[in-house]
Design a protein around this ligand. Structure first.
Ligand SMILES: Cc1ncc(COP(=O)(O)O)c(C=O)c1O
Length: 399
């Protein structure tokens, strides 16, 4: 650590640099096939539409689009997000239930900071989204991991943990869940499972933070309605993102929640960054209004489905026979379980030497278990890179 360590706040000291990130950084600018990131395929960015919309916004709204704006988001975008939410089955809300954020990452950051105190009992899927776990880790909660099955989190484990907590006189605080095309697991929770989550939340009185980053990116079968769409008590806080359906560079996300919760988030965001950039909000609002996003979705879905198929076929061909892997129905990742003796963290430097990067799975477990797992991305590499990279990786795993 640096000579400045003695000045760091206690909370900052909890932010560890990740050895994986350091390793992956070494590959930047090198000729490495990367299955490590979570980048959309750039061919899905509707650049021409965005160019036209930018012109339109600057011609018609320059005085507002280049100005400071409201903390909760510009009214035009909040209204359009009410419409977009309806397309995910979330109805009965208005603009006051919507809050615009700098990516859904900021939404998660603010929500976990608003609600989680050290020692609070927090439930997460195991594995779960790395960057959300990192925010939570900085809050020093008591983690409870719910193992992921092929059909989403094991709700029997959730229920028995809740019962145990109750018998000890303790209260759960919140559940963080990615029920649709989970990152990294690729699983989707059934409608019945979603209802059961709500029943448990009501019975044991906790909040549900539902991350729907991939809800619009289900390319096989139906995308079940988000838990938020079934929520009658307002205890579900939903986060969405433009990163996977428009462009991650805009850094735009949103929250759908009870108005009182939105008010708390508003107070918090005033301290963080005053408001989300006005200009990109105008562009996103217009992109929804002109159906740019909706019309682009079928193209994104079919591209990712094709890439997933190429990846699954290559894995089938090249990975060791004792490996297991997810068959994601949406999203951008395949998650792999190798034989127990394999350690994907110590294998990574050798994979990088041979020109392939992935993320060791332990990062996705709140307790850094799952050392025999890895996450591989199929949205960014080309089909040729997927075939070649999986062959190299399969070879290495068989040695
Ligand atoms: C599950 C999940 N949630 C949230 C995010 C954050 O995305 P953004 O901040 O770009 O909206 C990601 C990004 O990959 C993700 O996979």
């Amino acid at each position: 650590m640096s000579k400045w360590e003695r000045f760091l706040s206690k909370e900052t000291a909890l932010l560890k640099t990740s050895e994986i990130r350091d390793l992956l950084k070494l590959t930047e600018g090198k000729n490495v096939i990367s299955f490590a990131g979570g980048l959309p395929d750039p061919s899905t960015f509707p650049a021409e539409d965005i160019k036209n919309i930018s012109d339109y916004v600057l011609s018609n709204y320059a005085s507002r689009a280049l100005q400071y704006s409201a903390t909760a988001g510009i009214p035009e975008l909040r209204q359009q997000l009410v419409n977009l939410s309806a397309q995910r089955g979330i109805t009965g809300i208005d603009e006051d239930n919507i809050f615009v954020t700098v990516g859904s990452q900021e939404a998660l950051f603010m929500l976990f900071n608003l609600f989680v105190d050290p020692g609070d009992h927090v439930f997460v899927e195991s594995p779960s989204y790395l960057a959300a776990l990192n925010i939570l880790r900085a809050r020093s909660p008591n983690f409870h991991g719910i193992p992921l099955t092929e059909n989403g989190p094991d709700l029997d484990v959730l229920e028995s943990d809740l019962r145990k907590l109750k018998s000890e006189g303790k209260k759960p605080k919140l559940l963080y869940i990615i029920p649709t095309a989970q990152n990294p697991g690729g699983t989707t929770l059934s409608l019945a499972g979603r209802k059961r989550v709500l029943e448990l939340a009501s019975e044991y009185d906790f909040l549900v933070v539902e991350d729907d980053a991939y809800g619009f990116l289900v390319f096989e079968g139906d995308s079940p309605p988000p838990i938020k769409a079934l929520d009658k008590e307002g205890r579900v806080i939903y986060t969405g993102t433009f990163s996977k359906i428009l462009a991650p560079g805009f850094r735009l996300g949103w929250i759908v929640a009870d108005k009182d919760i939105i008010h708390e988030v508003e107070l918090y965001k005033q301290n963080v960054d005053l408001h989300t950039p006005s200009f990109t909000q105008f562009i996103a609002a217009e992109a929804i209004r002109r159906n740019v996003i909706q019309n682009n979705l079928p193209k994104i879905r079919s591209l990712y489905k094709r890439k997933r198929d190429v990846m699954l076929q290559a894995i089938e061909e090249h990975f060791p026979k004792d490996a297991k892997w997810s068959k994601p129905v949406g999203g951008m990742f395949v998650f792999t379980w190798l034989s127990k003796q394999k350690d994907t963290l110590s294998l990574l430097p050798r994979a990088l030497e041979r020109g392939v990067a992935y993320v060791p799975g332990s990062s996705f477990y709140y307790d850094y278990s799952g050392r025999n797992t890895m996450r591989i991305n199929f949205s960014f590499p080309t089909e040729e890179q997927i075939r070649k990279g999986i062959e190299i990786l399969g070879q290495l795993l068989k040695e």
